[in-house]
Structure formats: C-alpha cells, structure tokens
Design a protein around this ligand. Sequence first.
Ligand SMILES: Nc1nc2c(ncn2[C@@H]2O[C@H](COP(=O)(O)OP(=O)(O)O)[C@@H](O)[C@H]2O)c(=O)[nH]1
Ligand SMILES: [Mg+2]
Length: 339
Amino acid sequence: MAFSFFNKRDKSEPQPAQHSPAPSEESPAPPQEKRGFFDRMKQAVTRTRETFTESISSVIALTREVDESTLNDLEPLLLSADLGAPTTALVLESLRQRALRTGIQGGQELKQLLKAELKAILDGVAQPIPHPDTPPEVIMMVGVNGTGKTTTTGKLAHFFATGTHPRSVLLCAADTFRAAAIEQLEVWAARSNTPTIKTKQGGDPSAALYDAIAAAKARNAQILIVDTAGRLHTKSDLMKELDKMRRTAEKLIPGAPHQTLLVMDATTGQNGLTQARLFTEAAHVTGIVLTKLDGTAKGGIVLAIATELKLPVVYAGIGEKIEDLIPFDSTTFIDSLLD
Ligand SMILES: Nc1nc2c(ncn2[C@@H]2O[C@H](COP(=O)(O)OP(=O)(O)O)[C@@H](O)[C@H]2O)c(=O)[nH]1
Ligand SMILES: [Mg+2]
C-alpha cells in the first residue's frame, strides 16, 4: 500500500513502478492549480461566508477584550452556519479555556484562534488514502438518492482523466434500480470520454461490478468508479446490496473497494448527517464527497461531519458542470470562509 495525504506526498514511500503518478490529490498541486482551487472554493462558499463571517465580523468589531458575552454572541452564529451543537460547544469551550488562561486580546486574535480551532477539527479526521500498489483502484460511490452520486461519478472520471497526471478510468453503472440511472451515467461518461460497463435496469449490481472489474483488469484501467443505487425497497435491502458488492470486489481484488465515498448534499444540513450515519455504520465509508456547497449558506456542515461522523471530506461539489469538483483541503476551506 502506498499512503499519501492530499497535496502532501509521503516522500519516504516509494511509488510503485507500475503505478503512474497520481493526480493533484497526491502530488503537490502546482501553485497555479492550488490558487485555482482556492478561488473556486471561495466562490462556492460565498453564501456561507456571508452569513457566517460577516456576522462574526460584527461581533468581533465590537470586541476589545473577549469575555463570556462575546462567546455567547458567537454561539448562534456558529449554529446558524450548521456547525451543529456538539462542534459549537467544542469550539466555544476551547476558546473559553484560552480566554481564561491567557486572555484573548480583541477581535483579530479571536478570529485567528477560531480559524485554528476549526482547522484542527478538520485535520483531526484527515486520513491517508491507501492507494493499491497494483491497479485498478476501485472507488465505490454510495449515498441516498438525489445527493449527487451519478453527477459526482462523472465529475470524478473527468478529474482523474484530466489534470496534471491523467489516469485511465472505467465506470461501472451499478444503479440498476432507478429508472434511467444507467443512461444518466452514460451521458456523463460520454462527456468525459470514459468507457462504462453496465447491465440492464433491474439487473444484479454485483454482476455488473464483477464484469466491470474483469474489464478494468483486461484493459489495464487504473481507476474503476462504481455508481450505486440510493434506494432499494428497504434500507436493509440497500445495505445488503452494498455489502454483496463489497464482497464481490474483495473476492476479485483483495483490499477492494479501496475507497467508499459517501456522497452528501450540503443543502440538507443536519438531516443529511442523520442519513449519513446509516451508511457510515453499514457501508465501511472511508470519506465524504460534499456536493452542492455552491447552493448553501450552511457550509459549516463540513465541521459537523468531522466531529460527528469522524470522517474527512475528500472532495467538494461546487456546481453542476463536469469540472465543478475540487479536492477538499482544510486550509483552503477555512481560509475561504474566514479570510
Ligand atoms: N448545484 C449543484 N448541483 C449538484 C451538485 N452535484 C449534483 N448536483 C445536482 O443534484 C441533482 C441530483 O444528482 P444525481 O447525480 O442524479 O444524484 P444521485 O441520485 O445521488 O445519483 C442533479 O440535478 C445534479 O445536477 C453540485 O455540486 N452543485
Ligand atoms: Mg444516481
């Protein structure tokens, strides 16, 4: 296994020879590309920044010495950005301790401490991504209907296939439940020029996955992305189906699926968090893709995800176009919100 962090390659870990260099998630993004991600993230979180930062700024502007009442004023602002009660309590307690210990001199210091607090929460759940030594790397997309699984599958194919270090991608249409789901994926596949393995609607998703893994091996595809159904007749049906797919993948490629990404819709806020719990408990989720960040003032959900699901956000969806997906990075996110 070769381990690497976003934008932070572990230099001590030699990259396997047969594995061509990974895209920007692994190698440090060129400064221009990083700048691009920052600008796009900043644009995407405009609404969150407006509700969050601007009201925080008004609290901060009045502050000479931070005291209990300043912190009380901060509480509803953090809650309204959807940080959630546990994260808000955690952040305020930490600032309170700091104020008691050394004092906090004015708004600017409070803002810097708040930034550091929020960043530490995100970094606390950052996980190295265990890329396999031999391709294909299998990535399963899971989540409830309408969160953006199929769209994100298409965007990810484009993300991996383009960029600084292009990789060959194969898609597997394993949502055989929803009418037109396969056709929808094929539209995305055509946009990114990515081949797709499918079965017919109503077919067995595990059989489609079996074929897709065989095809990925035969064609030397580096990445196989699997789009799955969001809803079957019951939740337990869905979890059984996902489990069967996992076992199929594992049988053909030990260690697969290498990543299971839960797609969450940022606009559903705390409700989305409740739904997400069901998946994280049953589906061995390794990370979150947070979609529709562009459409919400509640981007603080990223912090609630870290505190309450203990999972990192690894990609953010910031629009409906194929290029509207960026690798998530805690510094970029926090700076976009609070600079
Ligand atoms: N604004 C915005 N819309 C998105 C984003 N991701 C997905 N969508 C939209 O969400 C809707 C549902 O997406 P879909 O991929 O079909 O969800 P699925 O049921 O989980 O496969 C579509 O209308 C997408 O265009 C995003 O990052 N931003
Ligand atoms: Mg879908």
